[in-house]
Structure formats: C-alpha cells, structure tokens
Design a protein around this ligand. Structure first.
Ligand code: SF4
Ligand code: SF4
Length: 192
C-alpha cells in the first residue's frame, strides 16, 4: 500500500552472521556498558543515596504529598464539596460530608465539612488537578514532600489524620517521612 506521508522506508532483511546468531556483539556491548559503570562508580564519588534517610533536591515544579489546609484561625477549610474528587482522573479521592454542629465553629470554617477524607496515594498520579479544582483553597500538593515507602498497601490510604495541616508544625517531621519507630529500625537493619 502507498504510504501517505512518503516517510516509510523499505528495510531489507539481511541474513545474520555466525557471530550475530551466537549473540556475541550484543554480549560484548552489554559487558562494555557494565564495565563503564563499574569504573565510573569506582573512580567517582558515590552515586547512590540511602533513601529514605537521604533525599535528593526536589525540582522547583515538583508536586508531592497533599495537605488539607486550615485558615488563619486554624479551622479546616475543606467544605466537602467533592469538586476535587470529580476532577481527579485517577479516582483517588473519597470523602464523607457532614453538618457542622453547634460549638464546632472553631474547628470547621463552613457549615459543611469533611467527616472523612481519603486519598489513595497508590492511585494518585500527582497531577495537581484537585488543587486547581478546589474553590476553597483547601488542598495543596507540597513541593518538598513525597509519600514515604511503606510495607503495606493500606498504609498508602491517607486519611485526615495525615492530610490535615497540623496545628503545630512539630507534629510532622521536616521531610514528611512518617515511618513508625519499628519501620525505621527495620529499614536501618536492611540497609546496614
Ligand atoms: S493529584 Fe491528581 S491524581 Fe492525585 S488526587 Fe489530585 S487530582 Fe487525583
Ligand atoms: S478539598 Fe476543596 S474541592 Fe475538595 S472537597 Fe474540600 S473544598 Fe471541595
């Protein structure tokens, strides 16, 4: 069939040589790449890092872990309108809305609030569309924190306990690494 773009090239299938049939060129090419990396690693400074204890600098446009923001009076900004969940292409966000009760005005900014709010970090593609869709400036993707490694899938479902901005910044480690002491010890043993 005639190509519409005229860019198609007709390739001739040449018979393979004995060396090619024995995979010799491919083997030597692979070995040469391995040796290049071996000597580069031996002569230069260490090129790997001990993640998660060490992290590399983030890109200025990095989109990482979400945070549900509080207003200037410390009240939760989210009104459980659901726009972020609708905008999410990965269907990673779920929530249950509730009515604010009398006396809870200091906890929630509006009459409706998120009783539960969950993001599945295994589904999330960190596109930032939830942040763009939010009319209350309630959800942001942090530029310097990523979901730390975990051993169980359930631990990647982030609820309000880990998403809502802490009232005191001390509740969270500076790099957002939230391993339990047992997990940190286990990881240290594996890396030792
Ligand atoms: S960053 Fe994208 S994929 Fe992740 S929760 Fe927000 S909208 Fe969904
Ligand atoms: S984070 Fe924003 S968009 Fe999502 S439910 Fe709360 S107020 Fe609505």
């Amino acid at each position: 069939m005639q190509s519409l773009s005229n860019r198609a090239k007709k390739l001739e299938k040449k018979p393979m040589t004995f060396a090619e049939r024995a995979y010799l060129p491919a083997i030597f090419q692979g070995l040469s790449i391995t040796m290049q990396h071996f000597f580069r690693a031996a002569t230069k400074k260490q090129i790997t890092i001990r993640y998660p204890e060490e992290t590399r600098p983030f890109s200025p446009v990095f989109r990482g872990l979400h945070v549900l923001k509080r207003d200037e009076q410390g009240r939760e900004r989210c009104t459980a309108c659901g726009l972020c969940a609708v905008a999410c292409p990965a269907e990673a966000i779920t929530m249950v809305a509730g009515e604010r009760k009398k006396g809870e005005q200091n906890l929630y900014r509006e009459e409706k609030y998120a009783v539960s709010y969950e993001i599945n970090m295994l589904r999330c593609i960190f596109c930032g569309l939830c942040e763009e869709a939010c009319p209350k400036a309630a959800i942001y993707l942090q530029a310097d924190k990523m979901a730390p490694p975990r051993y169980e899938r359930d631990e990647f479902i982030y609820g309000k306990d880990r998403l809502v901005e802490p009232t005191s910044p001390d509740n969270r480690s500076a790099r957002g690494i939230q391993l339990t002491p047992e997990q940190a010890e286990k990881l240290r043993t594996q890396l030792a």
